[in-house]
Write a protein that binds this ligand. Sequence first.
Ligand code: NAD
Length: 502
Amino acid sequence: MSHYVPEGLPGELKHYIGGELVDSVSGKTFDVLDPVSNTPYVTAAAGQAEDVDRAVAAARTAFTDGPWPRLLPRARARVLNKIADAVEAQDKRLAELETFDTGLPITQALGQAQRAAENFRFFADLVVAQADDTYQVPGRQVNYVHRKPVGVAGLITPWNTPFMLESWKLAPALASGCTVVLKPAEFTPLSASLWAEIFAGAGLPDGVFNLVNGFGEEAGDALVKHPDVPLISFTGETTTGQTIYRNCAAHLKGMSMELGGKSPAIVFADADLDAALDSTLFGVFSLNGERCTAGSRILVERPVYDEFCARYAERARNIVVGDPHDPATEVGALVHPEHYDKVMRYVELGKSEGRLLAGGGRPSGLDSGNYVAPTVFADVPPTARIFQEEIFGPVVALTPFDTEAEALALANDVKYGLAAYLWTSNLQRAHTFAQSVEAGMVWLNSHNVRDLRTPFGGVKASGLGHEGGYRSLDFYTHQQAIHVSLGPVHTARFGTVQKGQS
Ligand code: NAD
């Protein structure tokens, strides 16, 4: 297969600190691979603690002395809207670079670019419309909430939809008046290199946005441990989240954690099976299956199980796997050979844990690149590792159930609790099941379609705290309570009795 390489790729990727593109102090770099040829196409500056120190110092100065935190919300919103305009104006270029770097199918990368623009527009609107609480005690007191940005926000992001997930943190942090240091994922630093120009062009003051490339254990770790970074917003694996949680304890930092998932899609016999098929296929095979909210366990009620399995497998076998840049491609190449190896280990394991219905290895005709055929296992017991563990690739486990209670027990029988998808035409069951399932987000008769105002986040091992809508602004701001007395206050008068008198 010919290997598509976008024109005008940068020769190197630098850090962006205080408005300037800079190398690492140490001069260290690392190679970045593209997932189709698996060869290095660029080197990126490998940030160390001293680079993080410089970035945090720039962000701190911009926070304490610069205009950004003190601007009226409307003025910040204007800048955010210009950022959204710039992202929209180059959505095709962004998608091209993202697809090249991540292996995501180009049509889906384009959707992610547009969603990134929408995040900026949404938080621009929200910060202007923001209202805070006032509590009156008639004749005595007015109490009001004074909201202020927390400070320098440390933003640490994964590789699965890099640009969009960065925007998901950058937009509310900047809207709130924080200054930021972003540490993008080391597998996929390319699209993040576009932020600097986008932000500068939109009029964001220097030092408000800073970016340090590098490995999690070096640059990410230094950011988490930096005393001048009071809050960390992290999206990534559960085990990494646990390490960061421990490291934040020393400074009692604010934390928001969006972690892994193994979300169930539950299909009852009374569901619209055609719609459930379309949606559950998209739910696990879109974004190459590298999706935190993937419905990667499909629980199907026994009377329709065999039919569902047969139709599901047939569709999975028809999925177009191939060149991520081809608009006809439905599943592209996994991000990196290390991740490919991990997914392939699960595919092999699945052959002993379930009944292979589709896929099961490399698609024919694609002999190089990180391609995995959409893989379907049926009859997967809840004890199986492919039922319990996040694979983060195009692999799905199908399991039958007989009763609603059994379906709920199976749905909840994993350590994760990010999303759940429920397919039924029984209204009462839809709501009672949705309210009982251990998941931060539930979709009834739908895959993941999310209004930006709603809470986003998981329970159990899938995360800590909820962002989304006003909750994101709450995370990046302090809500200071100011109490004003409206008249004389009754005060117990200490120290009015002269010593020696009784
Ligand atoms: P990861 O945890 O390996 O890395 C995420 C980021 O953390 C990277 O930037 C990495 O460099 C950094 N990092 C690694 N070790 C660190 C450390 N010790 N200190 C500070 N930073 C460190 O995750 P990944 O493999 O890049 O992403 C895939 C995971 O992300 C999956 O588990 C997926 O479910 C999860 N995810 C969750 C959501 C969500 O919203 N819940 C969204 C997307 C992805």
